[in-house]
Design a protein around this ligand. Sequence first.
Ligand SMILES: C[S@@+](CC[C@H](N)C(=O)[O-])C[C@H]1O[C@@H](n2cnc3c(N)ncnc32)[C@H](O)[C@@H]1O
Length: 298
Amino acid sequence: MVFEFIGRKMTIKSVRGKKRPTASRTQTSRKGTQLETVKIGDDILGPLGTIQIRQPTGTYGLTPASRIGMTAVTSHRQHLFGVGLDWGCGTGCMALTAAKIPTVRKMIGLDIEPANIEAATGNAISNGLFDRATFFHADSYIPFAKSERSELADYTGRIDFIVANPPATNEGDGFGWRREVLRGGAAYLKPRGRVLLNISIQYAASRIEGLCDDVPGYEYHGLVASTDWVPFDMSRADLGKQVVEYADEEGRGGADYYFCDPTSAEEKTINARQALKIYRATGLSPLSKWQNYLFIRL
Ligand SMILES: C[S@@+](CC[C@H](N)C(=O)[O-])C[C@H]1O[C@@H](n2cnc3c(N)ncnc32)[C@H](O)[C@@H]1O
């Protein structure tokens, strides 16, 4: 599957080359909130069918990274069963994809934003998955409500898999939440439990494979899903800020990040400082790949 950017609008192209624009519908509620509904079709969910994600203003809207997360869950479905967690569930897209797998009994999504939890719960209901997907307002693996803290604690050592599309951290190398997903998840996972973790390629192999050194207790099992090289759209405020932070990290002596040069016809690797320089001179965003990787608990 390939994600294509046409201007600032994204369309999805299937491997057969047929364009299938993401279906989206915007409504305004009586309170004036914009309610956008995005239909995720079989180009991403394959035999799992379709889901509809409603993303009111103020919730975490679907991005290319969300889509690669859903693609990874779909393509890895033969290995997913039992009970799973979705760390940083947003409006629930990865949890609900997993909940559609017949062998998955239950998904618990965790998110720090109450609006995301409300939207994810609504999406579970509207997709007929409320009996299999539940969402807890939580800071990382710690739900705020006592009853939900105790419900999650009951799953210590009993979770079959975790899915996560974490945000970048603002400090250090931006990779802190990925380490936290593995570190905190270790207590919940059964031996051989799986983690499907979104990590885009610009973090570079040294950080991605190095996760198992940073957080002992896991094996690295490589790539599950990837896009082709696509623009890492620096006009998006969060992504623009990230490249500046990556460049600062390189300046402090951190390992180089790994982008592809948007001005070169060849596949030419550049680091974050070079990416920033090119963007400031040409307005062209560096290229990256949205990806998802597998880690297995020892
Ligand atoms: C990149 S978004 C991914 C959302 C969704 N999984 C998706 O793929 O569309 C990261 C999510 O992590 C949540 N998040 C950030 N910090 C968190 C924390 N400390 N604990 C739980 N969730 C957190 C954010 O609110 C956001 O919804």
